[in-house]
Design a protein around this ligand. Sequence first.
Ligand SMILES: Cc1cc2nc3c(=O)[nH]c(=O)nc-3n(C[C@H](O)[C@H](O)[C@H](O)COP(=O)(O)OP(=O)(O)OC[C@H]3O[C@@H](n4cnc5c(N)ncnc54)[C@H](O)[C@@H]3O)c2cc1C
Length: 431
Amino acid sequence: MRGRRADHVLVLGGGIAGIATALTLAQRGVRVTLIESRDRLGGRASSFFDAKTGLWLDNCQHVTLGCCTNYIRLCRMLGVEHLIRWDDEQYWVEAGGRTSVLKPSWLPAPAHGLPSFAMAKFLTWAEKARIGAALAQMRFLDRARYADRSFASLLDELDQEPGERRRFWDPIIVSACNLMPEHACAAAALQVFQDGFLKGAEAIRIGIMTVPLGEVYKPATAIIESAGGRVVLGESVARFDDRSATLANGQTLHADAVVCALPFEKARDVVDPALASSDSRFAPLAAMRHSPILGVHLFFDRPVLPTPHAVLVERDTQWLFRKDAEGKVVHAVISGADAWLDLDADAIAKRVVADLVACFPAAAGAQLQLARPVKERRATFAYTPGFDHLRPATHGPGGRGPFLAGDYTQTGWPATMEGAAISGFAAAACI
Ligand SMILES: Cc1cc2nc3c(=O)[nH]c(=O)nc-3n(C[C@H](O)[C@H](O)[C@H](O)COP(=O)(O)OP(=O)(O)OC[C@H]3O[C@@H](n4cnc5c(N)ncnc54)[C@H](O)[C@@H]3O)c2cc1C
């Protein structure tokens, strides 16, 4: 919006992008009406009440990194930054239990990780040398030139062999991009190494919320209300344009500006058809696809996980997170989980527990008391080669609305809480 201050803004969707937009505007005194179809805020990074356990469980463990400065800024605005626990160490565990700890040293970036990487036992010296040479080259590559290529093709070019692919590149890329290197866009993967791994000790540290994700957003409503706005939960947007939104209950709300922070498939479905045909940002959304993630909550009768988390080397279960002080409650994450979607809860639990026991043999006698898998079929957009050409700008032609926010917009990031926060701040800045 140019030249005039917006008094009232509609923000559609109460995920991280919508919350970031709404809080920024509210802190500048703008009256915001935030509309969310669920009965809680947080979108894809949220918690649900599990009747079996009587606990609030996250849909999946969400990890942030030190380089996610916009997400951290959002947490600061919500007053919850202190609830993030930071780990400098990464535990890579092989079958049999051999553990390598990757951690920063006193050396300056990009050499900060070198000493622990040199000591890592899950890679041979030859593999480490090839990975080191590839990382040294990746540091200087221009990401824009790799927007239409797969990361696997870049690994070919950098002479990476099957051993280091399976044990190093695959687990990092599938976790960060939610696709294996064969399918992941090389530009997206390069960003992970350039802005994360190689940037410095602070950038690569792992942040985990110490409370259920649902707790994180609770302060949002009071901040929005303090500027005269409101949060409308449990109401779906059925149509929107640049000045109004019609709810599924038939009510139409008007405002000076509209920010659509819905997922891309919803934005495409409920945008006013006349607007969609005149605004070139909407047609490419039809070509976007999803990639699934499986999260599994596991409850054991005794401690099974001695480390705060574990990357399981060459196992289908990629990450384990300890969810209690003792290590009896564990959360397992499988990214790029297409092959798991048709499995039932028992089959999923068997496979995950087999991976856990393979890497932590002392857990062999533990009884699994409950497994609670959560399949998120639409977890993230599939950041495949060419995806960057589909990503819409925040504003339309001439700086006009409706303004778009969401992890899928032009943030330069894979589908992450950081990307969502960036997009929300960008939409608020347009207004
Ligand atoms: C299983 C899983 C694991 C993940 N792990 C990580 C991780 O470790 N680290 C990380 O950084 N990111 C992770 N992500 C990605 C991250 O959660 C997302 O990128 C981010 O939350 C997207 O936020 P958003 O606001 O763009 O979209 P969303 O969260 O999808 O928000 C859109 C909101 O719009 C609402 N909505 C939909 N339709 C309507 C309608 N018609 N009317 C009103 N409201 C509507 C939705 O309910 C939702 O609240 C993970 C995602 C999943 C699913």
